[in-house]
Design a protein around this ligand. Structure first.
Ligand code: AMP
Ligand code: GLY
Length: 453
C-alpha cells in the first residue's frame, strides 16, 4: 500500500513510490489537459502529477494550478478553443472537470477530431443536464429513485401539489449551477418554488419543465465510478456537506467539505449500490447506444440501508474529488487511461486505508454575493505540514501572492488514521490560513465521527 510522505513537497517531485509513466510521442513528455478551475480540477491535476513525466495544462485553472502546473487562458466552456489547443499541443488526454462544457458538447467536439477525452458526449451528459431524462432513464432501468411527476406548465404542477397533500421536492429540469433544487417545508413553499422556477424563470430555460419528486428522509452519500462504455470501476464512498452552516443549516452551496471513506455504510449496502444503481445504469446507457467514457457520480439518499438516487452527475464531485484523490493508491492517470482504452474490466483501484477530510474555506457572503481580491496568508505554514494538501478553487496568483477570486476559495485536505484524526489535522491547517471575512464549517465529517466514536 502506498504511503504518501510529505504531501506538501510532492510538487517538487516525491514520486518514487509510483512507477514513472512511459514517455510518449517519440520521447516527448505525455501531455494532459484538465478543463475547469475549481478544487476538483486542482485535485485531478495533483493526482495526475504523482505519475512522473507528465506535462499538465489547466484551462483556465486557478492560482494553485498556475504555480504548480501550467494554466491556459481558455474558458472551460469554449469547446472549440479547447479542442484547437489540444490539437496544436498534441495533448494525449483531456479530462473534463465540470458538467456545463460536457452538456454543451465538449466531448463530441473532441471525438469528431479524434482527440481522447474523459467525459461523456452530450447524449450521456444529459444524465446531469436534464433531470427529466435522468428520472425517465432510472424508471426504465429500475434504478431505485423517488417517485416523480414531470410538468411543463405551472398550473398543472400547482394543482397536483395542492391535491396530493404530501411532501415534495421541486427541481428545475436543466442545469442551474446547483441551485435548481428546492426542498420546501410546506405546500405554500412548494407552490412558491413552482412559481420561482416556472413563472419568474429564475433559472431561465432550465425551468421550462420541472420534476416534482417525493421527499425522502435518510442520510446522503456520494458514489463515484469510472465508466468506459462497457464496465465501471467503483470508487470508495464519500460524503459532502451541502449546507453553508454547521449542523446542516442555511442555504445550499456547491459543497462545504467532504470526507472518505464513509465508515458507517456497510459492505452489503455498497454491493446494493453497485448492483442496483451502477450495473443497471451501465446497461441502460449501453442499450441507448451512449458511449460513456467518463465519471458518473450518484448523489444517493440512504433510506433504511437502501440506496435511492437523488441525482446523477457526469463528473467528479467537488469537493468529494479532493479526499478521494488524496486517498487514491492506484495512479489516477492509469485509471483515466484505462477508461479511455475501455480497459476498466481488467483494472482495479485501491485506496489508502487512511481517511481523508477536506474542509472548504469560503469568501465572506458565499453562497450569496461574495467578496473578492483578499490576500490569503498562512499557506506557507501549511505547506510544512505532512499529509496535508491545500487544493485551490477561487484563487489567483499575482507577484508572489495568492488572492481570493471566487466563493469557494480553498479545500484544505488531510489524511489521518481515521476520519476524526484526519478532521483534526485538516482543522489544524485551516486555522493557520487567514484572509478578511473567510468562513468555513466547523463540523465537517460529524456524521462519521459521531457514528464511529
Ligand atoms: P440534487 O441536486 O438533486 O442532488 O439536490 C440537491 C439536494 O436537495 C440534495 O443533496 C438533497 O439534500 C436534496 N434533495 C434532492 N432530492 C431530494 C429528495 N427526493 N428528498 C429529499 N431531499 C432531496
Ligand atoms: N459536491 C456536490 C457536487 O459536486 O455536485
Amino acid at each position: 500500500m502506498l504511503v504518501l510522505h510529505n504531501m506538501a513537497n510532492l510538487v517538487e517531485g516525491c514520486y518514487s513510490l509510483i512507477k514513472p509513466y512511459q514517455l510518449l510521442n517519440g520521447g516527448e513528455m505525455m501531455k494532459v489537459l484538465i478543463v475547469g478551475g475549481g478544487g476538483r480540477e486542482h485535485a485531478i491535476a495533483w493526482g495526475i502529477s504523482r505519475t512522473g513525466g507528465v506535462k499538465i495544462f489547466c484551462a483556465p485553472g486557478n492560482g494553485g494550478t498556475a504555480v504548480e502546473f501550467n494554466n491556459v487562458n481558455i474558458a472551460a466552456t469554449d469547446t472549440k478553443a479547447l479542442a484547437d489547443f489540444a490539437e496544436k499541443e498534441r495533448v494525449n488526454l483531456t479530462i473534463a472537470g465540470p458538467e456545463a462544457p460536457l452538456v454543451a458538447g465538449l466531448a463530441d467536439e473532441f471525438h469528431s477530431r479524434n482527440l481522447p477525452i474523459i467525459g461523456p458526449p452530450r447524449a450521456g451528459a444529459l444524465l446531469e443536464g436534464s433531470k427529466v431524462f435522468a428520472k425517465e432513464l432510472m424508471k426504465e432501468a429500475k434504478i431505485p429513485t423517488a417517485e416523480f411527476h414531470v410538468f411543463s406548465n405551472p398550473e398543472d404542477a400547482a394543482s397536483f401539489i395542492k391535491k396530493s397533500n404530501r411532501a415534495w421536492v421541486v427541481k428545475a429540469d436543466g442545469l442551474a449551477a446547483g441551485k435548481g433544487v428546492i426542498v420546501p417545508e410546506s405546500v405554500e413553499e412548494a407552490l412558491h418554488a413552482v412559481d420561482r422556477i416556472m413563472v419568474k424563470k429564475e433559472f431561465g430555460e432550465a425551468g421550462a419543465r420541472i420534476v416534482v419528486e417525493e421527499r425522502l428522509e435518510g442520510y446522503e452519500c456520494s458514489a463515484i465510478a469510472l465508466f468506459d462504455g462497457r464496465d465501471f470501476l467503483f470508487f470508495d464512498l464519500s460524503q459532502d456537506h451541502k449546507r453553508v452552516f454547521d449542523g446542516d443549516k442555511g442555504p445550499n452551496t456547491g459543497g462545504m467539505g467532504a470526507y472518505s471513506p464513509v465508515p458507517f455504510i456497510s459492505s452489503e449496502t455498497v454491493e446494493k449500490i453497485k448492483t442496483k444503481v451502477f450495473s443497471r445504469l451501465a446497461e441502460a446507457l449501453h442499450k441507448r447506444g451512449i458511449e460513456y467514457r467518463g465519471v458518473i457520480y450518484a448523489g444517493l439518499m440512504m433510506v433504511d440501508g437502501e440506496p435511492y438516487v437523488l441525482e446523477f452527475n457526469v463528473r467528479f464531485g467537488d469537493p468529494e474529488a479532493q479526499p478521494l484523490i488524496m486517498r487514491l493508491d492506484t495512479p489516477l492517470l492509469e485509471l483515466l487511461q484505462a477508461t479511455w482504452n475501455k480497459e476498466l474490466g481488467k483494472t482495479s483501484v485501491s485506496f489508502s486505508t487512511e481517511a481523508a477530510v477536506c474542509v472548504v474555506m469560503a469568501s465572506a457572503g458565499y453562497p450569496g454575493a461574495y467578496e473578492k481580491g483578499k490576500q490569503i496568508e498562512g499557506l506557507d505554514e501549511v505547506e510544512k505540514m505532512e499529509k496535508v494538501k491545500v487544493f485551490h478553487a477561487g484563487t489567483t496568483f499575482k507577484e508572489g501572492y495568492f488572492y481570493t477570486s471566487g466563493g469557494r476559495v480553498l479545500g484544505v485536505t488531510a489524511l489521518g488514521s481515521n476520519v476524526a484524526t484526519a478532521a483534526d489535522k485538516a482543522y489544524t491547517a485551516v486555522k493557520k490560513i487567514r484572509w478578511d471575512g473567510l468562513h468555513y464549517r466547523r463540523d465537517i465529517a460529524y456524521q462519521a465521527i459521531h457514528k464511529t466514536g
